[in-house]
Design a protein around this ligand. Structure first.
Ligand SMILES: [Fe+2]
Length: 358
């Protein structure tokens, strides 16, 4: 009956005898602790039953009184029990409020961090797009290389923050070309030995540009080593095998694929099949065989699809921008800064050797 009554209205306090026919006081105490934890319970016990009384305190009763209790003792005990309950309720309310506040602040913080990360990424994209536009006819070389790099890394079971770092390194690989004079970088003909010296400074320039930024510490390692070769014949440090950051070893394959399958003012890009064959041929010399194996696992069809999907995304983003001004179609993780031209078309022209990537 007591439990039924408590179900119907808030019950601040219960005073219960220990020994009762049927269910005893201990049973009632436990039922209240479970179903109405905010109800204070005072137990009444007979002489010689102090052990059971102490047990009651252990199980959550606020107090116990010997029967028959003195009225003053009973009143004092009730007052103490109710005061304790008030404090406990206030503490619970405060804790709940605090938890809600922490939850709200965490959500705000997460959203702010996401904004910062998106801003970083968009800033990097804008920078790289400008850089690509300076050197190439199309402005998406770096972004295509990111897509190929992450696809290979994915097959190699690289994921989470490590995959993001490698993607960022691939995106920024040629950032140091900002320090290469136009006369060298844009020279249509062959470079002189002196000009090559200038050109080959770009990994070091890129590294010193971004290494001091904590957020770009790992990507800076990829920037520094992106022209190294597996056999040690690359530059700037002539590193070999595992001395080269895994991100740079993966990038190297991705960069070669894009360089070979993209059109240049002086030659047409080759087919994906040709590029794949050539990369396979250079496994163990220019490229890490493990990376080449993962690359071959992707398959020609999927590699072509990566490029075609990128072109389709860019077209859709450009169309959305045209239709809706600064609409949402032009931003977001998949969205890229506007292209200055169409994507490169693989063709059957003169194939570039893998060594042509600079
Ligand atoms: Fe480079």
């Amino acid at each position: 009956m007591a439990l039924e009554l408590a179900q119907q209205e808030e019950t601040p306090l219960v005073i219960s005898d220990m020994k009762m026919p049927g269910k005893d006081g201990l049973w009632l105490l436990e039922a209240f602790r479970e179903q109405h934890p905010d109800t204070a319970v005072i137990m009444l016990t007979g002489y010689g039953d102090t052990e059971a009384a102490v047990d009651c305190l252990r199980r959550g009763a606020v107090d116990y009184l010997l029967k028959p209790p003195k009225l003053t003792d009973l009143i004092r005990s009730i007052e103490r029990a109710l005061a304790k309950r008030r404090i406990e309720l206030a503490r619970k309310r405060y804790q709940k409020k605090l938890e809600r506040k922490v939850r709200d602040r965490t959500t705000e913080l997460r959203s702010a961090l996401k904004d910062v990360s998106t801003t970083y990424q968009n800033t990097l994209l804008a920078l790289v797009t400008a850089l690509d536009a300076r050197e190439h006819e199309t402005s998406d070389h770096s972004q295509r290389v990111v897509e190929y790099t992450t696809a290979i890394a994915h097959i190699m079971n690289i994921k989470g923050p490590e995959l993001d770092e490698i993607g960022r390194g691939a995106l920024l690989h040629d950032i140091g070309k900002i320090g290469v004079p136009d006369a060298v970088l844009l020279k249509p003909g062959k470079l002189t030995p002196e000009e090559w010296v200038e050109m080959r400074k770009h990994p070091d320039i890129g590294f010193s540009m971004i290494a001091p930024i904590p957020f770009l510490s790992i990507p800076s390692q990829i920037v520094l080593s992106h022209q190294e070769r597996f056999d040690g014949r690359g530059y700037p440090r002539g590193l070999a095998r595992e001395e080269i950051h895994i991100g740079a070893r993966i990038f190297s394959v991705a960069d070669t694929l894009d360089a070979m399958t993209s059109d240049r003012p002086y030659r047409k890009g080759t087919t994906f099949a040709n590029a794949i064959e050539e990369i396979h041929r250079c496994s163990g010399t220019q490229f890490d065989p493990q990376v080449v194996k993962a690359f071959l696992d992707i398959g020609e069809g999927n590699l072509v699809k990566i490029k075609e999907d990128m072109i389709a995304r860019k077209k859709a983003a450009a169309a959305a921008k045209k239709a809706g001004g600064n609409g949402e179609g032009s931003s977001g993780s998949g969205g890229a800064p506007p292209a200055s031209g169409s994507g490169a078309v693989p063709g059957g022209g003169v194939a570039a050797a893998p060594d042509v990537t600079i």
